[in-house]
Design a protein around this ligand. Structure first.
Ligand SMILES: Cc1cc2nc3c(=O)[nH]c(=O)nc-3n(C[C@H](O)[C@H](O)[C@H](O)COP(=O)(O)O)c2cc1C
Ligand SMILES: CCCCCCC(=O)C(=O)O
Length: 394
């Protein structure tokens, strides 16, 4: 269901519209001048500057997407304690800014897995993006490519890895849910490699799906009715077989090594012990993640898990983090606490749901601009300069 069936055409209509959707700025369209950053035409008078932060995009997405889609997107396990812990963890960290440093030239470049990335802000894998917008992962891919952000594609994407890679260009990363049948998992790996993916992101926090009480009934109905295709799994996953495997153990890392040539990054590590095991099994990178608080309730916020993992890894492989990152300062803090890059999930989906490709672009532009300003204000002209000296944990 799409709640928005009006297209504001006049200043008065537009003012009412902006008030209705609750945006924080009421910049008005100037007659005769095309101000639109949005090519969809649906919100042709909504300007980029109307979105001051990613929460403005969230507000709009709430109006545009149906309740079920927003519940699926924003929901989490049980009582959302871990969803909140992810967000609140960042409030316990303060920044120690330095001054009188030339910040006229800021570089956000990072090197990861042999790639040079323009920015350390990466798109987390998010399944079923067609539920948020009809162009789903293809719109996300076009936005990520146009803004030069690394994207990870979920196993349970609605568009296939080859379709998304065609929209994204080279170096899309593929997120893997290992299925109970390794033959099927192998087909997924082959599809990813054929699409040119250099990195396989193995998600390990989902032996079963978490207890999401704000259900996604419509999602399942759409899938059952065949209206929401699973681009990678349809046609290869037998009827009734789950796409996650609860028998999987560390042995899968060796199996992946033997069955693909991609770098292997493990997503869903939250303890020092598992970081040590991941190193022992020779993974190429770790993503500290609790699945955005959607899996095990009462997991700690990821920023609280990060220090023990960074300590264990000692710089031997890159450590990434996701969960609750909403502001440039959150990114700054995560980098200062030892992350090599950060990933965001819900915020880009708010953009997707609200405005399609353009919305994702806005959702990526905002935290990047915030990060650059924060780096200027803190006296850190490059990502390497953001060290532990720049934060204090309460
Ligand atoms: C709607 C939704 C779907 C997701 N689907 C997947 C998925 O298919 N595979 C996966 O590894 N993680 C998935 N995640 C978890 C994200 O990759 C990521 O860990 C999380 O969203 C980060 O937290 P944030 O949303 O607070 O930024 C999903 C998250 C959301 C919100
Ligand atoms: C509603 C169950 C789908 C789980 C797969 C996508 C995912 O990982 C998520 O967090 O949602």
């Amino acid at each position: 269901m799409n709640n928005l069936d009006i297209y504001p055409q006049t200043d008065i209509q537009r003012r009412k519209f902006m008030e209705w959707i609750g945006l924080s700025s009421l910049a008005l369209a100037i007659p005769g001048i095309s101000l639109s950053g949005c090519t969809s035409g649906r919100f042709q008078e909504v300007e980029k500057q109307d979105f001051k932060n990613v929460f403005d995009l969230e507000r709009l997405s709430r109006k545009v997407m149906g309740d079920d889609a927003i519940e699926y997107l924003n929901g989490g396990a049980d009582d959302l304690k871990t969803v909140k812990a992810n967000l609140e963890g960042y409030d316990k960290i303060q920044i120690r800014a330095r001054v009188l440093i030339d910040v006229s030239n800021i570089s956000t470049k990072v090197e990861l897995f042999g790639q040079s990335l323009e920015t350390p802000i990466i798109l987390s894998p998010v399944g079923f993006q067609k539920f948020f917008h009809q162009e789903g992962e293809v719109a996300t891919a076009k936005a990520a490519a146009s803004r030069k952000h690394q994207m990870m594609l979920s196993t349970v994407s609605n568009y296939s890895v080859s379709e998304v890679a065609a929209a994204y260009g080279p170096n899309l990363w593929f997120q893997l849910y290992p299925t109970p049948d390794r033959k099927i998992t192998k087909i997924l790996l082959e599809k990813a490699e054929q699409a040119g993916c250099p990195v396989c992101v193995l998600t390990v926090d989902t032996p079963v799906v978490g207890n999401r009480e704000t259900s996604a009934t419509t999602l399942f109905k759409l899938i059952d009715a065949g209206e929401l295709k699973m681009g990678n799994l349809d046609g290869i996953l037998p009827e009734g077989m789950k796409f996650t495997d609860m028998t999987v153990t560390w042995e899968i890392i060796d199996w992946l090594r033997a069955n693909c040539n991609m770098k292997i990054v493990i997503k869903g590590i939250v303890t020092r012990e598992d970081a040590a095991l991941a190193l022992l099994h020779g993974v190429d990178g770790i993503i500290v993640s609790n699945h955005g608080g959607r899996q095990l309730e009462s997991n700690r916020g990821t920023i609280e898990c990060l220090p023990e993992i960074v300590e264990e890894v000692k710089g031997r492989i890159p450590v990434l983090i996701d969960g609750g990152i909403r502001r440039g300062t959150d990114i700054f803090k995560a980098l200062a606490m030892g992350a090599n890059a950060v990933c965001i999930g819900r915020p880009f989906c708010w953009g997707l749901g609200a405005l399609g490709q353009e919305g994702v672009e806005i959702a990526l532009d905002i935290p990047k601009a915030e990060l650059i300003r924060d780096m200027q204000l803190a006296g850190t002209p490059s990502i390497e300069k953001i060290t532990g000296d720049f934060v204090v944990v309460q």
